[in-house]
Write a protein of this length. Sequence first.
Length: 250
Amino acid sequence: MKTAIITGASSGLGMEYFKVLTEICPEIEEFWLIARREDKLTALASANPKVKSFVLPVDLTEKESLLTYEKYLAEKKPEVTILINNAGFGKLGDVMELPVFEQRDMVMLNCAALTAISLMTAPYMEKGSCIIQVSSIAAFSPTPRMSVYSATKAYVLAFAKALRRELRKSGVNVLAVCPGPMETEFTAVAEIDGKPSLFSVLPRCDVRQVALKSIMKARKGRGVYTNRLIYKVYRVLTKLLPDSITMRRL
Ligand SMILES: NC(=O)c1ccc[n+]([C@@H]2O[C@H](COP(=O)([O-])OP(=O)(O)OC[C@H]3O[C@@H](n4cnc5c(N)ncnc54)[C@H](OP(=O)(O)O)[C@@H]3O)[C@@H](O)[C@H]2O)c1
């Protein structure tokens, strides 16, 4: 069965990916929606009764959840045409002041779960299918006060590029999408709201446009997509200039 798998589908960009895919990819026969909040996933699935959805409410920082996911893959044997590794979170604050285990969970979700899900899912993907790895503009340069977050997103970008090369022979494309700030639950979770921060004044990216364009670019075989001219220019600058110049405290 032609399947789309989206992690972090209960809100923000992940929810938008689901909506866009239901509109532009009529060939997808089933959606796997993954996140912790079952009520949100079920509500999303119920609001779209024309498409078949499989809700998997799990905490992806836990190894047990990844084993459950692997078990469902083995049982259902989906033909995965698109995998979107979108679940992720950040925290704003000085690295020595933020709770250690929150920062560890960030690594477990943003890097470890994304890696495991990619490796578990790739054998169920055929020529012409694609993986979208959700990174961030924070990947381009180390970001003090979001030190661990920016490091996780640099990992996602580097992993996506190398995985793309390794999967090329199987015809599966991998795209890293690097959005700038978007209006989602991210800022509340990151405890950015109400704090003075450079993040608050950065131009916003439209969530729908990020979802739509990254799907289109991934299907065309592109490797990296950044939304908005300002962030495309920033990406080039961070390649040309040393980190000591481009690094900014958030
Ligand atoms: N918003 C921005 O400014 C921005 C900018 C650049 C990149 N990004 C990236 O975009 C992606 C989507 O974020 P968003 O902006 O849409 O934020 P969001 O609205 O907070 O969505 C995050 C999603 O991840 C899920 N999630 C969080 N912890 C999880 C866990 N332990 N296990 C399973 N799922 C988990 C959340 O669902 P549950 O809470 O139900 O588990 C939610 O569906 C993230 O990777 C983020 O780093 C965001």
